[in-house]
Write a new protein. Structure first.
Length: 314
C-alpha cells in the first residue's frame, strides 16, 4: 500500500516545532501542499523552511485560531492560491498549566478558548469550503492522552482535550452527508525528533528525551508542583521512571505524521467519528502493569524518517 496525498491541499494549525511541524512535514512528504498556521510567525517560517528543504510546497497562514475573521481570512488565502482544501489538522493548543487548586481563571479560559474556538472555527470554515466544492475531505483533531485519562497538574489542558473527543463525534455526524470525515488522533508525550528543536533544547540545558514534566507554563512543559505550603503534595512524579510504556517508547512526531497522513488518505475513506491512538500501548495498559525490565523490552521497528536533515547529535 503506497500512501499518496498528491493533488491534495492541507491546513495545519499550530505548527510549532514538535507535533505540528512533524505533521506538516509528513503531509508534504506524502505529496500535499501545506498551509502552516500559528500565532508565532517564526514558527511558521521554520516549519515552511523544513518542508521546503525536504522537497515540499508550503505557504503561511498566520493568525489567531480563536478569531473568526482571521480564520476566514487565511482560509480564503489558501483557496485563492491553491483553489481547494482537502485536509485540515486542528493542532493549535496552549500547553502548560497547573492543577485544580492553583490554576488561574485567565489561563483556564485562554487554554479552553484556543482548543474550543480554534477547532470549531477552523472545522466550520474549512468544512464549508469542502462542502461548497464537493470535496470529500478529511479533518483530524489532535487530542491527547490527557483527554482520556486523569493527569495531575494540567486541569485546563485535560478539560479542553476531553472536549475535543466528543466534538469530533458530533462534527463527524454533521459532515458525513458531504462525504467529509472527522476523526481525532491521540498521541502520548512524543519524544522530539526535529533536529532544530533538539538543538534548541540542548542549548538551553533542557531534557531532550520527551515532553517536559517540570513546573511552568513555557514551551512543552506540562504540570508540576505548585506552592510552598507544608501540606502540599507534588502534582507529578518527576524522578527516574521505569519503562511504563509497553513498547518502550511513545514514539516521535514522525510516527504521528505517518499515521495522520494515512488517516487523511483515500485508504481511510470509511473511518470517521473515531480516535486513532499512536502511543506504544500506553493507553491500553492496566494502571498497575509495568511491561518488563528495560533490558527486556524489544521496542518497535526503527522509525521511517521523513526529514533529510542530519539527525541531531548531542
Amino acid at each position: 500500500m503506497e500512501i499518496t496525498l498528491e493533488g491534495k491541499v492541507a491546513l495545519v494549525t499550530g505548527v510549532g516545532p514538535n507535533i505540528g511541524s512533524g505533521i506538516a512535514l509528513a503531509l508534504a512528504k506524502y505529496g500535499a501542499k501545506v498551509a502552516c498556521n500559528d500565532v508565532d510567525e517564526a514558527a511558521i517560517k521554520a516549519c515552511i523552511a523544513r518542508i521546503e528543504r525536504n522537497g515540499g510546497e508550503a505557504m503561511p497562514a498566520p493568525g489567531d485560531v480563536t478569531d473568526e475573521e482571521t480564520v476566514k481570512g487565511y482560509v480564503n488565502d489558501i483557496l485563492e492560491r491553491w483553489g481547494r482544501i482537502d485536509i485540515l489538522v486542528n493542532n493549535a493548543a496552549l500547553l502548560g498549566g497547573r492543577g485544580v487548586l492553583d490554576e488561574s481563571v485567565e489561563f483556564f479560559e485562554r487554554a479552553v478558548r484556543i482548543s474550543a474556538l480554534g477547532y470549531f472555527l477552523n472545522t466550520k470554515h474549512v468544512g464549508r469550503a469542502m462542502a461548497e466544492r464537493g470535496i470529500r475531505g478529511s479533518i483530524v483533531c489532535i487530542s491527547s492522552s490527557n483527554g482520556w485519562n486523569g493527569s495531575a497538574g494540567v486541569i485546563a489542558y485535560a478539560f479542553n482535550k476531553g472536549g475535543v473527543n466528543n466534538f469530533v463525534r458530533a462534527a463527524a455526524m454533521d459532515l458525513a452527508p458531504y462525504g467529509i470525515r472527522v476523526n481525532s488522533f491521540t498521541p502520548t508525550a512524543p519524544n522530539p525528533d526535529n533536529p532544530e528543536l533538539l538543538a534548541e533544547l540542548a542549548a538551553k540545558g533542557l531534557p531532550i528525551g520527551g515532553v517536559l514534566l517540570a513546573p511552568g507554563r513555557g514551551g512543552a512543559q506540562l504540570g508540576g508542583p505548585e506552592g510552598g505550603e507544608p501540606w502540599r503534595r507534588p502534582a507529578r512524579w518527576n524522578g527516574p521512571r521505569p519503562p511504563m510504556v509497553p513498547m518502550g517508547t511513545t514514539g516521535t512526531p514522525t510516527d504521528i505524521g505517518h499515521a495522520v497522513a494515512w488517516l487523511c488518505s483515500d485508504y481511510a475513506r470509511l473511518i470517521t467519528g473515531t480516535d486513532l491512538v499512536v502511543d506504544g500501548g500506553a493507553r491500553a495498559k492496566n494502571f498497575a502493569y509495568i511491561p518488563a525490565a528495560p533490558d527486556q523490552i524489544a521496542g518497535p521497528l526503527p522509525v521511517i524518517p521523513l526529514d533529510v536533515t542530519p539527525p541531531f547529535e548531542p
